[in-house]
Design a protein around this ligand. Structure first.
Ligand code: LLP
Length: 453
């Protein structure tokens, strides 16, 4: 459930009309809803109330400072995967003891920085990383709390690029090697390996893979405890899917997911941690974009006239060319991801008594065929200047944006009730181009070298 709704045919984020923000800020922009972020966090936390888990928001999903602060105020911890994300968590006021550091390639410098921040736990992904962390901790005279990420070799049945829990991926220690890594950890100064970590993938819409993976974790905890490793916490990662197709696409409710956790890992006196990202942020954000131009097949005056011919592939198709592109939202082209697209202002009904819904490819201005937000999508007829909302883009949207084609990073806006704030302004061309430096031999004062024959 989210708080983007129509009032008098105009899309609102909570109590703020989207066209009002679009006029003030320009398009494209990301817009987040505080009430939705809070609701998702609370639904998740309430599902586990009896277990009092540590819920660490996966910053990789949305790292805006205002979003992090919104969640931190509710008691969220943070799951970080780089020094940059750790700095973002600390800057948003999250205490170190609510931060978990994951990731396959932590550098020694990052480890040292995290030790100084007194983070709660390092999720260690390999035997070699464990040795490096021990070196760094010993050199600093500090102790690192560690959970070994164990790869349960379970197929999460999601997109290949966001599956992490199978043996062939780069993530974690193979289940069969885990006991050996814990045995080694017991001998290392500077290391207290009192946790187990897993994460099998993202946008998982079926509870069965979670259940199998949690069973394996339970098995491992029991084995480790019999061997003398005092396991106190289990971090079950993130991964719960979200409805990208509105009511046609209902993923498991957090209550169902919580039932699976209780059935597989309950009664073990464990502190449980989670790292949800998408489930908290995806539906709390939209990307608002404007139609720059509509390109229709020759011979069709406008999209409406040819709407009836949409099913005929020989008539060509309509392109709604919008001002957002793959550099602003890469999910459709990178993961073949579906995002619903809503008109910001619902059109009235046509004279024929129904709303025309031609089929569009909604594409950006970037010079790549893969630059699209939606393909073959039936939408109420659009024209130049119309605003569209690309739904469910609060997770893995702005964070994965770039400046390809020298396009500026777009603003992020946070709404709360009837208030809104620009929580990341639009980048300026001076900011962007000014990141480059001229090489000394290319400056205008330097003589131009003659070409050798
Ligand atoms: N913990 C770890 C160790 C992770 O690798 C991830 C996501 C999460 C937690 C959060 O998972 P979530 O609850 O958000 O599913 N860019 C892709 C998703 C990449 C997910 C990477 N890891 C996308 O747009 O679909």
């Amino acid at each position: 459930m989210h708080h983007f709704t129509y009032r008098d045919s105009v899309l609102h984020a909570e109590d703020v009309a989207i066209p009002m923000i679009a006029d003030a800020v320009g398009t494209p922009f990301y817009c987040y809803s505080t009430a939705t972020l809070e609701r998702h966090y609370r639904v998740f936390a309430e599902a586990f109330a009896d277990l009092s888990p540590l819920i660490c928001f996966a910053i990789k999903a949305n790292s805006n400072q205002a979003v992090l602060a919104t969640l931190a105020r509710l008691g969220a911890g943070m799951d970080v995967v780089s020094e940059g994300e750790l700095r973002r968590a600390l800057a948003a006021g999250v205490p170190g003891d609510r931060i978990i550091f994951a990731g396959v390639g932590k550098t020694r410098d990052e480890m040292a920085f995290a030790l100084d921040a007194r983070i709660k736990c390092f999720n260690v992904e390999s035997a070699a990383e464990l040795e490096a962390l021990a070196d760094v901790a010993q050199a600093k005279g500090q102790t690192a709390h560690v959970a070994i990420r164990v790869n349960p070799d379970v197929d999460p049945r999601t997109h290949a690029k966001i599956s992490t829990g199978q043996a062939e991926t780069k993530f974690g220690v193979p289940f069969a090697e885990a006991l050996g890594v814990y045995a080694r950890a017991r001998t290392l100064d500077g290391i207290v390996a009192d946790g187990v970590h897993m994460h099998i993938g993202s946008q998982i819409t079926d509870l069965a893979p979670f259940e199998r993976a949690f069973q394996r974790m339970a098995e491992l905890v029991d084995l480790l405890r019999t061997e003398g490793t005092d396991i106190r916490h289990v971090d079950l990662g993130g991964g719960l899917g979200v409805p990208y197709r509105g009511a046609n696409d209902i993923p498991p409710h957090p209550d169902e997911y919580a039932r699976v956790v209780r059935e597989t890992l309950g009664d073990r006196n464990l502190e449980i941690a989670f790292e949800p990202g998408r489930m908290i942020a995806a539906n709390a954000g939209i990307l608002v974009t404007r139609v720059v131009r509509v390109k229709s097949p020759a011979g069709t005056g406008d999209a409406r006239e040819s709407a009836a011919a949409n099913d005929n592939p020989t008539t060509g198709k309509h392109f709604a060319i919008v001002d957002a592109a793959m550099n602003d939202l890469i999910r459709p082209t990178l993961y073949e991801a579906h995002h619903d697209i809503w008109p910001v202002t619902k059109p009235g009904t046509q004279s024929a008594g129904h709303t025309a819904e031609p089929t569009y490819d909604v594409v950006g201005p970037v010079c790549e065929t893969g630059d699209y937000l939606a393909l073959g999508r039936r939408l109420p007829e659009v024209k130049e200047g119309d605003a569209l909302a690309v739904m469910t883009t609060g997770a893995y949207g702005a964070v994965q944006s770039g400046t390809y084609n020298t396009r500026l990073l777009v603003p992020e806006v946070l709404v709360s009730g009837s208030a809104y704030a620009v929580v990341r302004p639009r980048q300026s061309y001076d900011d962007l181009i000014g990141l480059d430096r001229m090489a000394p031999w290319l400056s205008s004062e330097a003589p131009v070298a003659s070409m050798s024959p």
